[in-house]
Design a protein around this ligand. Structure first.
Ligand code: MG
Ligand code: MG
Length: 270
């Protein structure tokens, strides 16, 4: 949910510093709040993926998302974030991230990316999933599998003693192992906690063994974005929606994770 056109890999760090961000280590009480927020995000996404169907307008999904988040005791994290007008980002086909729900009608064969966040007691959860509507061709099915597998490859490296670069590299390696895909470079994963976006940035590519050393209690949103075509992106005139420059489809998978000495806690998994 970085504001496109204003926040790229390069300037997200500066933005975070201005906002008083930085790498934070969560207490057990804070982790408990993040588990609550994550659970609300996970349950809401599960509900939405169960109802996405041809003929629905994307704004109808936003209404359900906001109602569900609030009914479960959370606050929609995206609504009003840097002026974003809805509770969920819905990005269809060549839209990568940050699509604004509206009059767009979902069709059979679409890839629909659902990305949402919730806040409980001041702490955030953030997760995304791309779903296919009805049948999709094999190359899109493989794109979906690649995006999801790359998320899990990254999550497998979220562990005390590893570095951010280990996560980035595992994601990239998993994607490239599966085909010639475009890995989005301008939008990245991020630290998360009291703020939706905290340090550090978590790119979806790059060398292993570099970057911040992970410690227990750090929280990271891991979120690969994978394109069927090239990696270039552009932002639509609405100043939010990020699309592939070549018009080819894209997928996005995200979970919020907390570093431990063993397996990470995945707050948004239900
Ligand atoms: Mg997200
Ligand atoms: Mg995120």
């Amino acid at each position: 949910m970085q504001k496109p056109g204003q926040l790229s890999i390069g300037d997200l760090g500066a933005e975070l510093k201005r906002a008083g961000g930085g790498v934070t280590v969560k207490s057990q009480a804070e982790i408990d709040l993040m588990l609550d927020a994550g659970r609300i995000v996970g349950l809401t996404l599960r509900k939405l993926r169960g109802i996405v169907a041809p003929g629905m307008k994307t704004k109808e999904l936003d209404v359900v998302a906001e109602r569900e988040i609030r009914a479960l005791g959370g606050k929609p994290a995206f609504k009003g974030y840097r002026g974003f007008p809805a509770s969920i980002c819905i990005s269809v086909n060549d839209q990568i991230v940050h699509g604004i729900p509206g009059e767009k009608v979902i069709k059979a064969g679409d890839l629909v990316s659902l990305d949402l966040g919730a806040i409980v007691g001041g702490f955030h959860g953030d997760s995304a999933v791309t779903v296919e509507v009805g049948e999709v061709p094999d190359e899109l099915r493989r794109l979906l599998e690649t995006g999801e597998a790359s998320l899990w490859a990254g999550i497998a490296k979220v562990r005390t003693g590893n570095r951010i670069g280990d996560i980035s590299h595992a994601i990239e390696e998993e994607i490239l192992r599966r085909g010639k895909y475009g890995i989005v470079r301008e939008y990245v994963g991020h630290g998360i906690g009291r703020a939706l976006h905290e340090d550090p940035q978590v790119p979806n590519f790059g060398p292993a063994g570099r970057g911040l050393l992970l410690r227990p209690g750090m929280a990271l949103a891991i979120e690969p974005m994978v394109n069927l075509g090239g990696d270039a992106t552009r932002v639509l005139k609405d100043d939010w929606t990020v699309v592939t420059a070549d018009g080819k489809p894209s997928v996005h998978f995200e979970h919020t994770c907390i570093v431990t000495d063993g397996e990470p806690i995945i707050t948004t998994k239900v």
